[in-house]
Design a binder for this molecule. Structure first.
Ligand code: HEC
Length: 131
């Protein structure tokens, strides 16, 4: 019987896959999506929905219309070509910092829904800057 070559798929290879199934699957999906879209400039990354909900980002932000806070499009536009902006934004998401858009600063993670790890802050900032 002829063997049909299996297409190279985005399969999770993490050995701790079973313990961290949902997280690993999520990261795998995000990585696959990023890989698929690398050819298109500014392709938007997959929304990390679980994190966004847990931290209530959409309570104040929308993707494209300024609301209680600048839209994620505005933020991406402002920082897209600034080197190291992601580092500053990750730190700000986790520890706060001075307001860059107006008088209202962003609440700290504890007031948004719980502590935010460095890894999760990075995921969120990359997603915001891809919009
Ligand atoms: C209670 C409202 C509120 C929530 C919830 C909120 N934000 Fe914000 N966000 C703001 C405001 C207000 C600003 C503008 C602050 C400033 O002037 O720097 C802002 C600014 C930002 C900026 C730009 C910061 C800068 O220095 O330019 C980023 C990135 C951002 N928010 C991402 C997020 C993400 C991701 C989440 C969810 C984890 C989130 N925000 C949740 C209100 C909020």
């Amino acid at each position: 019987m002829p063997r049909v070559p299996t297409p190279v798929a985005c399969v999770p290879v993490n050995p701790s896959f079973h313990r961290r199934a949902s997280k690993t699957l999520f990261h795998t999906a995000a990585v696959c999506a990023a890989a698929l879209y690398t050819v298109a400039a500014h392709a938007q990354l997959v929304e990390p929905t679980e994190l966004v909900d847990q931290q209530h980002c959409m309570f104040c932000h929308t993707s494209d219309a300024p609301f209680l806070a600048p839209s994620f499009h505005q933020i991406a536009e402002r920082y897209r070509d600034k080197p190291n902006a992601n580092v500053m934004l990750e730190d700000k998401l986790r520890h706060g910092g001075k307001a860059h858009w107006g008088d209202m600063a962003m609440p700290l993670p504890a007031d948004r829904g719980g502590p935010l790890s460095a890894e999760d802050a990075r995921t969120l900032v990359q997603w915001v800057l891809s919009q």
